[in-house]
Design a protein around this ligand. Sequence first.
Ligand SMILES: Cc1cc2nc3c(=O)[nH]c(=O)nc-3n(C[C@H](O)[C@H](O)[C@H](O)COP(=O)(O)OP(=O)(O)OC[C@H]3O[C@@H](n4cnc5c(N)ncnc54)[C@H](O)[C@@H]3O)c2cc1C
Length: 354
Amino acid sequence: MAGCELHYSPGFSPVGRNSRLKFLSRDVGSRNLVRMHREKVLFKVQAAVCNNELQEFLSLPSSFMQGKRLSELSTFGIGGPAKYFVEVHNESEMSAVIRFCQKENIRYFIVGKGSNCLFDDRGFDGCVILNSLKFLESDGRGIYRVGSGYPFNMLGIQASNDEFTGLEFASGIPGTVGGAVYMNASANGQETADVIKSVEVLRADGEREVHMREDSNLVYGYRLSPYQTMEGFTSILAATFHLKPCTGARQRHRSFLERRRKTQPVAAKSAGCIFRNPGSGCQSAGALIEKAGLKGAAVGPAKVSNIHANYLLNAGGSSAADMKTLIQLVRNQVKEKFGVELREEIIYVPYTSK
Ligand SMILES: Cc1cc2nc3c(=O)[nH]c(=O)nc-3n(C[C@H](O)[C@H](O)[C@H](O)COP(=O)(O)OP(=O)(O)OC[C@H]3O[C@@H](n4cnc5c(N)ncnc54)[C@H](O)[C@@H]3O)c2cc1C
């Protein structure tokens, strides 16, 4: 087969000699399904040989895996199995995996730290791509070019320790740089978009683009980035930040962290604040929930935090269904008591698009 050896090994699908492409049968219900799946994969691999794409496909150093529990990929600790799962470590892997999913009509979802996601109890009927594009380049003068899978809090700590200002708030946010750009993460009066110089993205046609922040067509706002609605966009690969020198940045990031530890349940399983703040003239979502008397309210193990009412916690074994019921309960009570319609900030990832 085009100079490539294919073989079975127990528990794994057919793999090329050097490939780390593995389909784990653990977590998958029926042996038959796994066998049928192996045959389908073998067919795909053979088809790929015909298309001369086997080399690229098998050279992915990542492992495609079946049945990965999404609870392991979200700070909520909630979510059933992904039909396929793959971790990507560089741009060409990201591009190859997305191209493969597009070609095979496999729905995909890119996850960073999963710190703003609520996955479904049934899991995800496509491919979940874990972004591990982790690199950081600094010119020592306030320009940081960072891989989208790099931890945003590490970037915040590094830049603040270097005494550059603009990302002090980031040291308390447990997501990736890609997630922070996508969500335009913010806190303590600072927001991601304020210090972006450019964003490198991959388009659905395989083209790579660099988007300059000053482009007025790219609109950012409260928990809003252009990537949430951009046609033909697939993924954020990297971002470059431009920060200004400022003595005191290190101290500021430490005091932000200290305040966070005192006022938020940072060690609990959560996705941070569940609801957006309603905006001008209105109290914060947390204040409204607290005034509605909902601190400590629970649906099974899904619970409103006693420390910060806009944090809903998985206090042990909560399902997505429990969490969604609690979210609805909070929304209803706040609407009833104050006439305010709370909107979720978190991304709900449905099992299927159908
Ligand atoms: C304890 C705690 C505190 C928090 N505090 C804050 C806070 O102060 N301010 C705040 O704004 N948020 C906060 N959050 C929420 C969350 O950390 C941020 O929204 C963060 O930016 C999400 O990053 P992530 O990598 O976890 O994204 P994920 O949750 O993995 O993904 C979020 C969305 O971004 C998309 N995405 C992620 N990476 C990429 C990529 N490379 N390309 C394309 N799409 C991508 C995903 O597909 C998904 O739609 C908090 C969360 C927790 C758990």
